[in-house]
Design a protein around this ligand. Structure first.
Ligand SMILES: *Cc1c(COP(=O)(O)O)cnc(C)c1O
Length: 392
C-alpha cells in the first residue's frame, strides 16, 4: 500500500464496540440492525425507504430490475464513472450508451443529455433508465435531469456512491426528489463504510418491496405479495428470480456507528479540500470547481494538470506522486475505452469532454485523518519545486 493512499476508512473505538456487540448477540444476519441502518440512512437523506445490500453494485442491479430493465432496453450513464454504474444494465441484458460530461463539474452534461434524447426520440430508441453519477460527491444537475425524465418518459437511478452527506439545493442527496431510486456505496474508500455494503433508497413503496424481495432470492413472507392465501404459518413464496445480496448485521452495526460521524467526515473533507485549494492557487494545477447548487461530500479531490506550460505534465506528475509514495489514482478511465465496452462500437470523438478530462485528471489523497504535513508533501510532489517556491 502507498504511504499516503487516495482514500481510507476512519474507524473509532465506538465503531469497534458496535461490531463486537453484534458478534455477542443472537443474530449475525437477518436481525434487527439491518432495518435500523436502513432507517438511519433513509431518514438522514430524507427518503421514505431503504434497502441495505451487499454492495452498491448489487443495489444498482436490483434498482435496474425493479424498474423492469431487461433485454432490448437501453440504459444511459456517464463515461466518467466506475464500471459498476454501467454493468448493472448489462446484468439485466440491456444495452448501454454514454452521455458526455460537463467540462466544469465533470458530471453528466444536461445539455448533451437533451441533445442525445432529441436524436434518440427521432429514431425511436429512447433510454428506459438514465443513471447520473455524482462524481467526487458533487451532485449532478438533478432538476435538469428530472425535467428531461418527465418530457421523455425515462426513469432515473442516482448513483450516489460518492455522495452520502452531500446536498443539492440545500436538500440531502438521496431524497429522490428528481429520481426513482438513489444508490449509496459503503466500500472503505467511500464517505462512510460497512467494509462491503450498499443501499438503495426510494420514496416508492412498490419499488422498495420489489428490491427487498430481489435482495433475498425473490422470496416473500408477506401474504399480500403472494399469488394465493398462505398454506400455513410456515409458508413463503418465491415470486421472481432474486439473489442473495443481503448485508450482515456486523456490517450494518458498523454502518449505524459510522453514520454518527457522517457530518463530521464531510466537514473535515471540506477543510482539507479548502487547504488544497489554497496551496494550489497560483500554480498551473486546476482545482475542482464547485457548482453553487451543490455542497459536495468530497469523496474525491480531482485536479487537472495541463500539459505544456511550466510545471510537470499529467503523466509526469502522476509518476512523481506514485514514486513519492502517494497513492494517486485517475477516477476514471472513460468506460467506452474499457475493452469490454469498446467492442460495442463507441467512438471516442463522440465524447470530447470525457477525453479532455481523461488526459488531465488526477485524484489527490483526501480522507479524514490526512495530516497537513501529508498534504504539503502531496502538493510538493504535484507541483514540483517551482510550485513549491510559490507555496511556501
Ligand atoms: C464504488 C462505486 C460503485 C460500486 O460500489 P461497491 O459498493 O464497491 O459495489 C459504484 N459506482 C460508483 C460511482 C462507485 O464509485
Amino acid at each position: 500500500m502507498s504511504r499516503i493512499p487516495y482514500g481510507r476508512q476512519n474507524i473509532s473505538e465506538a465503531d469497534i464496540e458496535a461490531v463486537v456487540q453484534v458478534l455477542r448477540s443472537d443474530f449475525l444476519t437477518q436481525g434487527p440492525v439491518v432495518p435500523e441502518f436502513e432507517k438511519v440512512v433513509s431518514r438522514y437523506c430524507g427518503a421514505a425507504y431503504g434497502v441495505a445490500v451487499s454492495s452498491a453494485t448489487s443495489a444498482l442491479h436490483i434498482a435496474c430490475l425493479a424498474l423492469d430493465v431487461g433485454p432490448g432496453d437501453l440504459v444511459w450513464t456517464t463515461p466518467i464513472t466506475f464500471v459498476a454504474s454501467a454493468n448493472c444494465a448489462r446484468y439485466c441484458g440491456a444495452d448501454v450508451d454514454f452521455v458526455d460530461i460537463d467540462p466544469r463539474t465533470y458530471n453528466m452534461s444536461v445539455e448533451r443529455l437533451a441533445d442525445k434524447l432529441e436524436l434518440a426520440k427521432a429514431v425511436g430508441r429512447l433510454p428506459k433508465v438514465v443513471i447520473p453519477v455524482h462524481l467526487a460527491g458533487q451532485s449532478c444537475d438533478m432538476q435538469g435531469i428530472g425535467e428531461l425524465a418527465k418530457t421523455y418518459g425515462f426513469r432515473v437511478i442516482e448513483d450516489a456512491s460518492h455522495a452520502i452527506g452531500a446536498s443539492y439545493r440545500s436538500e440531502k442527496v438521496g431524497n429522490c426528489r428528481y429520481s426513482d431510486i438513489t444508490v449509496f456505496s459503503f466500500h472503505p474508500v467511500k464517505i462512510v463504510t460497512t467494509a462491503e455494503g450498499g443501499m438503495a433508497v426510494t420514496n416508492d413503496s412498490a419499488l422498495v418491496k420489489k428490491m427487498a424481495r430481489l435482495r433475498s432470492h425473490g422470496v416473500t413472507r408477506y401474504a399480500e405479495e403472494m399469488t394465493h392465501a398462505p398454506d400455513g404459518p410456515w409458508y413463503y413464496q418465491q415470486i421472481e428470480l432474486g439473489f442473495n445480496y443481503r448485508m450482515t448485521e456486523i456490517q450494518a452495526a458498523l454502518g449505524v456507528s459510522q453514520m454518527h460521524r457522517l457530518d463530521a467526515f464531510v466537514s473535515e473533507r471540506h477543510t482539507l479540500a479548502n487547504r488544497y485549494n489554497q496551496l494550489l492557487s497560483g500554480t498551473h494545477v486546476i482545482t475542482p470547481w464547485q457548482h453553487p447548487d451543490s455542497h459536495s461530500a468530497y469523496h474525491l479531490y480531482v485536479v487537472q494538470v495541463p500539459s505544456g506550460g511550466t510545471g510537470a505534465g499529467h503523466a509526469q506528475a502522476f509518476e512523481n506522486l506514485r514514486a513519492g509514495g502517494v497513492g494517486v489514482n485517475l477516477h476514471y478511465i472513460p468506460l467506452y475505452r474499457q475493452p469490454y465496452y469498446a467492442t460495442m462500437g463507441f467512438k471516442r470523438s463522440d465524447f470530447p469532454e470525457s477525453e479532455a478530462y481523461y488526459a488531465h485528471a488526477i485524484s489527490l489523497p483526501l480522507f479524514p485523518g490526512l495530516t497537513t504535513q501529508e498534504q504539503d508533501e502531496v502538493v510538493h510532489l504535484l507541483t514540483g519545486s517551482a510550485g513549491y517556491q510559490t507555496i511556501f
